[in-house]
Unconditional design. Structure first.
Length: 320
């Protein structure tokens, strides 16, 4: 024990075997071979240093002298073995975690349990997330029903009818120019913009699909990859005109952030309508199509949820 009676003693022992037996430092944060050459102390990870600082502060506030000795096999306080198996609640951080959330598997205390029974315990975070998801699903239901329901009339506005005719045969450069023109006319042209973005997204999607073709990916994995592939797209060119992302950005007169959003949005529009027998007719005659701004603001995860739910509802509708 330290003989200095003016401050509490902390004695830390680190067994050499615990430092040298690890094949990879990444597997065990406290298993490191490097030592500080001046002090010959182990180079402790930051979380260990933080823990030691907390212990020191606690001991400095005690009236009596205490000694804590930590080795590879045990913790001893004032010469007696002290069992340490404490895990703080991952939610409030202040109480002992005695339960496990059945949904996220986080350790939580009794105060942070939203629902509890013999087989199931759910934390407030998961309960609130479920409420938010239910709200989103309710929103999805309305949008999907409107999208799946077709009416007899073509709802494309007569004033710009000719601008979105026969887009399937237009050049990629023409589609980009039209996308810029429609955007300037206002945000209420969801059908017109959706048709244009569908064909732009088709070009983007097919090129990125080839880019990831060597990977053995499931449909969902491939969709995730392509939706998040903008950094790869910057090195490619698109359409018969072989336009680069930089050239597309210049034609649209937008900055780097907006070209990334444009790329992602056109892919979302394409993925929304690609499964229909006639994608363009669905956009033209649906009771209501998803607003462009709404699709743009959906995170990747929420868009994937929307796509799955749309596919399920479409399949049910086709069966009946």
């Amino acid at each position: 024990m330290n003989q200095d009676q003016t401050s509490p003693a902390i004695k830390m022992e680190v067994d050499d075997n615990s430092l040298n037996n690890s094949a990879s430092p990444r597997k065990n944060l406290e298993s490191r071979e490097e030592y500080n050459q001046e002090t010959n102390f182990p180079n402790f990870p930051n979380q260990i240093l933080e823990s030691l600082t907390t212990i020191k502060k606690f001991l400095s506030q005690q009236v009596s002298e205490n000694e804590i000795k930590i080795t590879k096999n045990e913790v001893m306080v004032n010469g007696k073995t002290f069992e340490v198996n404490y895990e703080a609640c991952s939610s409030c951080k202040s109480e002992l975690a005695q339960l496990t959330c059945s949904q996220c598997q986080r350790k939580i205390c009794s105060k942070c349990v939203a629902t509890r029974n013999s087989d199931n315990s759910q934390c407030f975070r998961c309960k609130n997330a479920k409420k938010a998801k239910n709200k989103i699903n309710s929103e999805f239901d309305t949008i999907i029903e409107n999208l799946l329901e077709l009416e007899n009339s073509d709802k494309i506005r007569e004033a710009i009818l000719t601008e979105v005719e026969n887009l399937a045969g237009k050049s990629f450069e023409h589609l980009i120019e039209l996308a810029k023109k429609l955007k300037k006319k206002g945000d209420k042209l969801d059908r017109e913009i959706s048709i244009t973005y569908f064909y732009v997204g088709k070009v983007f999607y097919e090129k990125m699909e080839v880019f990831f073709s060597e990977n053995n990916l499931s449909r969902e994995q491939k969709t995730r990859k392509i939706l998040g592939s903008f950094r790869h797209a910057k090195d490619l060119d698109f359409g018969k005109e072989r336009l680069t992302i930089k050239e597309i950005k210049e034609k649209l007169s937008i900055d780097d952030r907006k070209i990334s959003r444009f790329f992602g949005l056109t892919l979302k529009v394409f993925l929304t309508y690609q499964g229909f027998e006639s994608s363009e007719e669905q956009i033209r005659k649906a009771t209501k199509v998803p607003a462009i701004g709404w699709l743009r603001d959906l995170s990747q995860e929420k868009f994937l949820d929307f796509s799955i739910k749309l596919e399920q509802r479409k399949r049910i509708k086709e069966e009946y």
